[in-house]
Design a binder for this molecule. Structure first.
Ligand code: SF4
Length: 294
């Protein structure tokens, strides 16, 4: 093989690697029928070191400017009425039978129990191997009667240290997203599909998800939210029993036993790809408008 051909092959290989990396970061696991065994974007992005906490004033300013910055030119600012967004069609859940065939536990776990009872049942959980390296179980927190439930992938380092979900940089961004739709963190409920931090913030493995998710579904059945916002591929795919990538699903309403599910990008992903904030803002406007219509 000539040097020229070899150089070209190497260049193509590098380009292909970058392309695959990009797809992985976007949460795309299947290309042309092949499965890319990899961690998802949110897991990778949660590895980013947390920033210093912002002052309350700065946070409020940031919350206002976050929404303002995402409005189209000419639209009213967030202090006025934010431009309404027409609902798209409510797409039927795009489930892929056979990929994840187990029934939604929500149908079998719906029972009258309190969040405290669920937490008590969880106990000092050692049901899956994630217990080995965790410092704290991150059960979830928020309004037990929340209309809006945010579901993420799993705790990161700060969450593991504090026992609270979404308190790192991604959490600060989630706070801004919540504020941008006129709510406070204490109005909503926030939890993850696994309650213990995966080592190195890797994506939770299937057996870990399957072991832990009944607690998430019991929390959901207890809270009875109107809307679940699924943050990132792992949360979306767990809730909807699908392998559809978040890039394709985001912004489209889905249904989980009568609860509307809005798939959107994980805030940690937005920290790496701020250009995607507009898409999340469009998704969150749909959520806001639906909640306001109730
Ligand atoms: S991730 Fe869930 S199932 Fe696994 S040990 Fe933690 S609480 Fe238990």
């Amino acid at each position: 093989m000539s040097k020229e051909v070899l150089d070209e092959a190497l260049a193509i290989s590098r380009e292909l690697k970058e392309q695959l990396k990009y797809y992985r970061e976007m949460g795309i696991g299947d290309i042309g029928g092949s499965v890319l065994a990899t961690e998802s974007a949110p897991a990778a992005y949660l590895k980013s070191p947390p920033s210093q906490g912002a002052s309350a004033g700065a946070l409020v300013d940031a919350q206002v400017s976050w929404a303002a910055s995402l409005e189209r030119p000419g639209a009213q600012g967030p202090s006025g009425e934010i431009q309404a967004v027409l609902f798209g069609d409510i797409a039927a859940a795009n489930q892929q039978p056979g990929l994840r065939s187990r029934a939604s536990p929500l149908t079998i776990e719906s029972r009258n129990e309190s969040l405290e009872a669920i937490r008590e049942d969880l106990g000092d959980c050692q049901r899956c191997k994630l217990h080995e390296h965790r410092r704290t179980i991150v059960f979830g927190e928020g309004n037990p009667r929340a209309k809006l439930f945010f579901v993420g992938e799993g705790p990161g380092a700060e969450e593991d240290a504090t026992g609270r979900p979404f308190v790192g940089r991604a959490g600060q961004l989630l706070d801004k997203i919540i504020a941008a739709i006129g709510l406070k963190r204490e109005d909503v409920y926030i939890a993850n599909i696994v309650k213990c931090r995966p080592p190195g913030n890797r994506t939770p493995e299937r057996d870990e998800v399957e072991t832990c998710e009944p607690f998430l579904f019991r929390q959901t059945a207890c809270i009875k939210p109107l809307v679940i916002v699924a943050l990132g591929s792992p949360a979306f795919q767990c809730l909807l029993r699908t392998r559809e990538p978040i890039t394709r699903a985001r912004g489209q309403w889905r249904d989980l036993n009568g609860i509307r599910v809005m798939p959107t990008f994980h805030p940690a992903f937005l920290l790496r790809s701020p250009d995607k904030k507009r898409e999340v803002w469009e998704d969150m406007k749909k959520v806001r408008d639906y909640l306001n219509s109730k």
